[in-house]
Design a protein around this ligand. Structure first.
Ligand code: HEM
Length: 441
């Protein structure tokens, strides 16, 4: 006899929809408290199974990964945006594309990007005047977009900034788990869907312009865009310009908003924890003095590393993963039907007191070698894990640390909101603009 996981019951359509849509974060937490590590529920007619124990998560992402695909829930939501790009593609096609793109994220390449990252950060910060209030999350989103455009696609974002303005946020909002329409098709003409359509059109225009300009260029830089264009132009492959568009959209959307959030949450956490901030500043003074940070400095900055790691624990930019079982599976003692949508919430696991003492406190000091050695593998997984782990993990971590270090060397950030609150969009968005006053140090 099959044993389904426990979970909240209710009318089949409304099911758990209302409470979840009202507040996905506390609903996830409540389910974990009431029903345990594996919880089944029905949201807008779809079976969701939340899995929140590191051992089960490891089975899904690593040991049994061949039985869990990216799934129809994610494809319905994101298929339009990222198409057959790396995030959603599967099987042999995914494997070949991953191998093709991976070298762009190797250590030697990253070293070349580091200087551009610091240069772009300085240029952005030069626009800030001491004493003014800025919207930190938007500033950092523009910055990471500019960094990505320059390092991976060799173009200057200023040419396209107008078209890009708010694109990522609009697209991320379309996925907001707190809106009933997220569970409905994107073609239904709600105002949010219309904004989303416009953002998508802008994104496509920019991407196709960039491809065209690069093809017309005589001496192309040796970057991710060059690698992708060479693959499409290679008669041995049957890749098309559409594949190219999908990979570019995937990298842009997967890579800049997440990194901007990691930076936002690190800087706001430090601004609210003066002791932790003082330790990071003292370390930067000692190791860097007035010099710009370089990639070789990073291993000498353990406090900065812990500050970022802890911010990504407390506020994981990708706050939940989704997978779909492609055959009936057993998770722990429960049966999970074929086609169930699994939700694997970093939000719950990173705040679980079984793994993290005082889980809601920002405590960078917890990240000692002994603590890390004692932590179950999948109690902390801001970049996912297994074969589908984030291809941009090293890039994103390096970028976050270089940007945070460069900004702290120049400014003090005074957080202007009473609290941070969050929206469960595609990524963990701040619910309100993050206003901070910047003062030159
Ligand atoms: C620093 C912040 C970042 C975070 C928190 C983050 C998080 C993640 C997570 C959780 C996944 C797995 C998604 C899933 O399996 O459903 C992922 C995948 C991915 N990320 Fe990131 N990411 C970050 C930065 C980046 C950067 C900088 C890039 C590109 C430059 C990038 C590109 C991608 C791509 C292409 C995938 C799909 C990989 C595949 O399935 O083969 N990410 N990321």
């Amino acid at each position: 006899m099959s044993t389904l996981p426990p979970g909240p019951s209710g009318l089949p359509v409304a099911g758990s929809t209302l409470s979840f849509v009202r507040d996905p974060f506390s609903t996830y937490e409540r389910w974990a408290e009431e029903y345990g590590d594996i919880v089944a529920t029905n949201i807008a007619g779809r079976t969701f199974v939340m899995v929140a124990h590191p051992e089960h998560i490891e089975r899904i992402l690593v040991t049994d990964q061949q039985h869990y695909g990216k799934g129809s829930f994610q494809r319905d939501q994101l298929g339009d945006i990222v198409g057959d790009g790396l995030l959603l593609s599967e099987g042999e096609f995914w494997h070949e594309q991953r191998n093709r793109l991976q070298p762009e994220f190797f250590r030697e390449q990253l070293t070349q990007y580091a200087t551009m990252m610091v240069d772009e950060t300085r240029a952005r910060a030069d626009n800030w005047t001491s004493g003014e209030t800025i919207t930190l999350n938007s500033e950092l989103q523009h910055l990471t977009l500019a960094i990505m455009a320059r390092t991976l696609f060799g173009f200057d974002i200023e040419d396209a900034e107008g078209q890009f303005a708010n694109t990522a946020r609009t697209i991320s909002e379309r996925f907001n788990l707190s809106h009933v329409s997220t569970y409905l098709a994107a073609w239904i003409p709600t105002p949010r869907n219309r904004r989303y359509r416009r953002a998508m059109n802008n994104l496509d225009t920019v991407i196709y312009d960039v491809i065209e300009a690069r093809r017309a260029q005589d001496d192309s830089p040796n970057d991710l865009l060059a690698t992708l264009i060479a693959a499409v132009d290679d008669p041995e492959t049957d890749l098309t310009d559409e594949t190219l568009r999908d990979e570019i959209a995937t990298v842009i959307l997967g890579g800049h908003d997440t990194a901007a959030l990691a930076m936002t949450y690190t800087l706001t956490a430090l601004a609210r924890h003066p002791d932790a901030e003082a330790e990071v500043r003292a370390e930067l003074d000692e190791v860097l003095g007035d010099d710009d940070p370089t990639v070789t400095d990073l291993p000498a900055l353990p406090r900065l590393d812990a500050a970022v790691k802890e911010a990504m624990r407390l506020h994981p930019p990708a706050y939940t993963l989704f997978r779909e079982s492609n055959r009936p599976m057993k998770i722990g003692e429960y049966d999970v039907p074929e086609g169930a949508t699994l939700t694997i919430p970093q939000w719950v696991v990173h705040h679980d007191s079984r793994w993290f003492e005082s889980p809601w406190e920002y405590q960078p000091d917890r990240w000692t070698d002994e603590f890390e050695a004692s932590l179950p593998e999948y109690a902390y997984f801001p970049f996912c894990g297994g074969k589908r782990h984030c291809i941009g993990m090293r890039y994103g971590l390096m970028e976050t640390k270089l940007v945070v270090a460069t900004l702290l060397q120049r400014f003090r950030f005074d957080f202007q909101l009473p609290e941070l609150s969050f929206a469960a969009a595609l990524t963990l968005q701040p619910a309100e603009p993050v206003s901070v006053r910047v003062t030159t140090v």
